[in-house]
Structure formats: structure tokens, C-alpha cells
Ligand binder design. Structure first.
Ligand code: I3P
Length: 103
């Protein structure tokens, strides 16, 4: 499963992230891990050299706290980081159960 999602890093290792802009990233979900890339062509080089994100012990939720956009969901990682993802409604409906079943 893969596709573009807008991502914002809200909390990084329990602290408010300093890099707070929304980035459109090509996300690849495979075997309980999520990889982030600039586009679909180059999935050998991760965006920002970020390692694959293990979804085990992650918690994914439709956020009610974020009001600026519709269809935003949060992903909390086990190291205390928090991502916001923005997707079309049908993508979100499809993705949330999958993310939570991987965690
Ligand atoms: C951020 C950018 C984000 C915004 C964030 C800004 O600035 O405008 O879109 O989040 O606000 O800090 P920059 O691009 O200069 O990093 P929202 O879209 O959620 O408002 P925030 O710091 O209040 O999260």
C-alpha cells in the first residue's frame, strides 16, 4: 500500500517539533513499517534520510483537536513523536484500520 499523504511532524521525541510545515510525501506501508519518500520513483532514498517507521506500538487516531483541515489523523509513535497526516476521506478510511492492525 502506498500513496501520497501530507505530513506534519508535531511532536518530536516528546518535544514540540521545530520543523512544522506540511510536506507532501510518498508513503509506503509494508510489513508493519512505513517509509517516506519525495516521490514514487525513488524509494531507495528516504525523505530526510529517515529510517523506516515501525508501526508496532504506534497509535493512530482521527484527531478532533486539529480543526484547520478536515480528514487529519494522528500517528503517535512509541518514542513519543506525533505525526499529523492529511488525506482524502476515502484514503483515511482505508488506511486507519490498516495502520492500527500493524501496531
Ligand atoms: C509552519 C507552517 C504550517 C503551520 C505551522 C507553522 O510554518 O505554516 O503550515 O501549521 O504552524 O509553524 P513553516 O512553514 O515556516 O515551518 P498549520 O498548517 O497546522 O497551521 P504551527 O507552528 O502552529 O503548527
Amino acid at each position: 500500500h502506498e500513496g501520497f499523504l501530507f505530513r506534519k511532524l508535531d511532536i518530536e521525541s516528546l518535544k514540540k517539533s521545530t520543523n512544522r510545515s506540511w510536506v507532501n510525501l510518498y508513503c509506503v506501508l509494508n510489513k508493519g513499517e512505513m517509509g517516506f519518500y519525495k516521490d514514487a520513483k525513488n524509494t531507495a532514498t528516504p525523505y530526510n534520510n529517515e529510517p523506516l517507521l515501525s508501526l508496532s506500538h504506534c497509535h493512530c487516531d482521527v484527531t478532533n483537536g486539529y480543526k484547520k483541515k478536515k480528514n487529519v489523523f494522528t500517528l503517535k509513535t512509541k518514542d513519543g513523536s506525533e505525526f499529523l497526516f492529511h488525506a482524502k476521506d476515502e484514503v483515511r478510511r482505508h488506511l486507519l484500520p490498516e495502520l492500527n492492525s500493524s501496531s
